[in-house]
Design a protein around this ligand. Structure first.
Ligand code: ASP
Ligand code: MG
Length: 418
């Protein structure tokens, strides 16, 4: 039997009538001849509510118990979905993570898959069951404790099952009808993409486009799982939504496929650090040890004998998530106190945003950066930091210009046109 994985997010299973609506989509695929593995999220809001319960009970909570509590929302929707399918005369059975079993590491709250043995679910399909409804987001550790995969983890569960069971496709049903060239709330001309390459989706997801958990895209790319994002609130067929796939499946790609943004950035500058071999490692080593996620880095050119410094000095600027500024500050002050680095001042700017253009077409096209900078200059937007990779160019700008920058770049690369 060909097999399909269908994943329903929190808004798609938010109440009994939406579960029924989702079950009808499953019914349609069963009627087309598929065996189906359904992955469900908790009803929307439930996981947040349970995180609140845990935090309201214990400040420095035991992560094993956090997982025991927050994994429960998916158990409810898995059982209800199986019941609804049975009501429609479709042989269905629910599965909690430990019953499959979904074996994970014991990193509670951010566990990773070890393996998903097929035997138990395959045996049920062999008995004549048509649908296995699996609770997303959860697994079991070698110690036999329930684990969770990190917020948004049901997407990753879905891709992992598609890989483990060799599914024809992994359909992610959500409350939007696909992946857009940018956020339609910011640029009204944003257009839904029919296809997008894994690499592009990976960049967009990690740059703040929230439609898929980044890890799910990584996994899909590694195992070449064709992933489709589509709406559970609309009539859909095999051409609906956006297909996230290998670039070979994309006939012609534009230079830029999407514009992403993130408000959660901060810029930090160490003023007058020594310019000598080993200084970058003396700065970024302690930041990494403190768990700070450094993204963009700029080292300015060297100046000789500035101020009180004997040798050549430079400034080092980097960006970090805004909620890690305090941690980064402490790491730098501690490193200075320990004599590991010297600097005159540490300046933090939390009023910045990152705007990025992404596209695999950039690999073979020159002048993309120049076009991007020209469009920003035309709007009088000052660029503070620039970072590039093979398929992406990111700039850090004042946060108040973020929307304007997204719109200007969307226009400049004509993303409204197919
Ligand atoms: N229910 C979990 C969350 O809200 C997992 C998921 O829905 O993907 O993060
Ligand atoms: Mg989600």
């Amino acid at each position: 039997m060909p097999l399909l994985v269908m994943k329903f997010g929190g808004t798609s299973v938010a109440d009994l009538s939406r579960i029924e609506n989702a079950a009808k989509k499953v019914q349609a695929e069963v009627a087309r001849g598929y065996d189906v593995i359904v992955i469900v999220s908790a009803m929307s809001g439930e996981t947040n509510k349970m995180v609140g319960y845990v935090e309201g009970t214990s400040k420095l909570y035991d992560a094993r118990e956090y997982d025991a509590v927050v994994s429960s929302g998916e158990n409810v929707t898995a059982g209800l979905m199986a019941l609804r399918l049975q009501e429609m005369d479709i042989p269905a059975r629910s599965w909690q993570g430990w019953q499959v079993p979904i074996n994970t590491t014991s990193a509670h709250g951010s566990a990773r898959f070890i393996d998903i043995p097929r035997a138990n679910i395959d045996a049920k399909f062999a008995e004549g069951f048509k649908v296995a409804v699996v609770a997303g987001f959860q697994g079991i550790s070698a110690e036999g404790r329930i684990t969770t995969l990190g917020r948004g983890g049901s997407d990753t569960t879905a891709v992992a099952f598609a890989a483990a069971f060799g599914a024809e496709r992994c359909d992610i049903y959500t409350d939007v009808d696909g992946v857009y060239t940018t956020d339609p709330r910011i640029a009204s001309k944003a257009r839904k993409l029919d296809r997008i390459a894994f690499e592009e989706m990976l960049e967009l997801a990690s740059l703040g486009a929230k439609v898929l958990q980044t890890r799910s895209v990584e996994l899909a790319m590694r195992y070449k799982v064709r992933l489709r994002v589509l709406s559970s609130f609309e009539d859909t067929d095999e051409n609906s939504g956006t297909l996230v796939c290998d670039e070979d499946e994309i006939m012609e790609s534009k230079v830029v496929s999407g514009v992403a943004y993130s408000r959660d950035e901060a810029k930090m500058t160490l003023v007058t650090v020594e310019d000598r071999p080993g200084v970058a490692s003396a700065i970024f080593g302690p930041l990494a040890d403190a768990g700070v996620n450094v993204d963009m880095i700029v080292q300015n050119i060297s100046e000789k004998n500035y101020g009180t410094h004997a040798g050549a000095v430079t400034d080092m600027t980097f960006s970090v998530p805004v909620n890690q500024v305090a941690r980064a500050q402490k790491a730098m002050e501690d490193a200075r106190a320990a004599g590991i680095i010297k600097y005159d001042e540490l300046i933090s700017d939390t009023d910045v945003a990152k705007v990025s253009v992404v596209g695999i077409g950039m690999r073979s096209q020159v002048g993309v950066a120049a076009r991007m900078f020209k469009a920003l200059a035309a709007e009088n937007i000052n660029i503070k930091v620039i970072a590039t990779s093979e398929i992406k160019i990111s700039v850090l700008i004042d946060r108040k210009y973020m929307e304007l920058a997204v719109q200007a770049l969307h226009d400049c690369f004509e993303l409204d046109k197919a």
